[in-house]
Design a protein around this ligand. Sequence first.
Ligand code: SF4
Ligand code: MG
Length: 317
Amino acid sequence: SDVLVRASGLQVRFGPVRAVDGVDLEVRRGETLGLVGESGCGKSTLGNALLRLVEPTGGTVEFDGLDVTAAGRRELRALRRRTAMIFQDPYASLDPRRTVAESIGEPLAIHRLHRGRAARRARVGELMEVVGLNPDHGGRYPHEFSGGQRQRVGIARALAGEPDFVVCDEPIASLDVSVQAQVVNLLVRLQREFGLTYLFVSHDLAAVRQVADRVAVMYLGRVVELGAGASVSSAPAHPYTEALVSAVPVPEPARERTRQRIVLTGDVPSPADPPSGCRFRTRCPKAFEPCPDHDPVLQPTGPEQAAACHLHGVTDR
Ligand code: SF4
Ligand code: MG
């Protein structure tokens, strides 16, 4: 099948908080699926739930045909090896008291790969080279590297188990603008080289559309729009996506001057108490009569595009 990861009706609740509240989503083999939305909309929780790093409270996740939500210890172990996570803040995700070679080598020990000291050291050197680090610097500590280099260490560590699926959670958000492009280019090159499938999580639509084949837009625990990156950003079908797109500056000065920004008013409602009907209605400039009473289903709005909005026909979950 061309689907590597499939979430069906996925829910993650933390007490009353519905962080992920009924998500159906497929990640296709070899693609980069961008996942975009404001902070607190459930993107990271969704990424974590796909890897079963947080326990779903409802629905299922399949990874390469395996039901992850029902996996036993052995299957989970295989899943851990075939999946990886790249974090926003490489400083927080690396142990400051360990050399970077120890951090990169740890997954090798956990998964019993490249056993023996010499083999492990050689593999760590190889991984450092692959991400553009000097393999002679393996004995150094995280604080001796720049932010961009530390993110490379995090990436080398993520690649150690030879994963198929990598969740990149805001991988460039805490880096200097000058090194963001380098890290993005590295991720793109590694994807090609190793046939990786990415979920690229970001609050920044501009960053996402640079790398993503398809984009999923999240709002209050739900996917509200899904489609090819180009169509989602040039012809958004959901009013929330429209607002996100309108906030991205355009490179041409003439067009930038006339850009119509849609400014959303009102706070994001609490995920413990989402509005009835369409959860976006309290901020939606286009809300109309059916919106408070009917909870829209994701429905096709074009080839390779779908949106959960009554403007495309009234539906109810
Ligand atoms: Fe706006 Fe209604 Fe569409 Fe929701 S369903 S996004 S409130 S128009
Ligand atoms: Mg997050």
